[in-house]
Design a protein. Structure first.
Length: 248
């Protein structure tokens, strides 16, 4: 018997200023699956991710996480559920006034009872996972390149060993070398503790590298969902036009 999906979304709707951005999305993410949601700018990809994280509330529909519906939960009730998720924001969203060490260790200080030596060891391990040396520990975010900030953001999200990772445009603004490094890192996460993820992106190369399942978001609805091969074989003209445009 199949296990319940980690994420289960039913008829999700959300609008802003009388404009309906999401018009009835339904999808499931089983444990161990990386779902990539693609769409153009303004298609609602980030809105979808923020809804799943409980950062904003839907106008209608259901959002199930770990077997519990969250759309009507209070902030206090959401906290233990959020601690089971890691969120990597598009701009990394590091604390500007904190060093790399303080950023990555923040969740460990807040949510665990680990002693400082254990935290130091874990932070060093996390930085090595994302390809960074310990010499970045005392640096402020402003002293890092865009690619390094993104990787520090991933290390921070991984610190409390989340069961699910949510990535918002993880390669946006990065050069091809850094984009490939981040894509390979997300792919490698699938073999570790955190093996379930939702990634929103417009980057076709990232999708090709990491996606187990792919969904194309057009006009507030999924125009195609399935394996990457199934989506690429879609006969929907809008899907083919989108894929052709993104591949250029």
């Amino acid at each position: 018997m199949a296990a319940d999906p980690v994420i289960q979304v039913v008829d999700l709707r959300k609008g802003f200023n009388r404009h309906e951005v999401l018009r009835g999305l339904s999808f499931e993410v089983p444990k161990g699956v990386r779902l990539v949601i693609m769409g153009g700018s303004g298609s609602g990809k980030t809105v979808c991710l923020r809804l799943v994280a409980g950062l904003i509330r839907p106008d209608a529909g259901q959002i199930g996480l770990f077997g519990r519906n969250i759309e009507h939960l209070s902030e206090e009730a959401l906290l233990p559920i959020r601690r089971r998720m890691g969120y990597v924001f598009q701009g990394a969203a590091l604390f500007d006034s904190l060093t790399v060490y303080e950023n990555v260790s923040y969740g460990l200080h807040e949510h665990t009872s680990l002693e400082e030596p254990a935290i130091e060891k874990r932070v060093s391990h996390l930085l090595s996972l994302v390809g960074l040396d310990e010499d970045v520990l005392p640096k402020l975010p402003s002293e890092l390149s865009g690619g390094m900030r993104k990787r520090v953001g991933i290390a921070r999200a991984l610190a409390i060993e989340p069961e699910v990772m949510l990535f918002d445009e993880p390669t946006a603004g990065l050069d091809p070398t850094n984009s490939k490094m981040v894509a390979d890192l997300i792919a490698a996460l699938g073999t570790g503790v955190c093996d379930t993820a939702v990634i929103v992106t417009h980057d076709i190369e990232l999708a090709n590298t990491v996606a187990d399942r792919l969904a194309i978001l057009i006009d507030g609805r999924f125009a195609a969902t399935g394996t990457p091969e199934e989506v690429r074989a879609s006969r929907d003209p809008a899907v083919q036009a989108f894929l052709a445009g993104e591949a250029r």
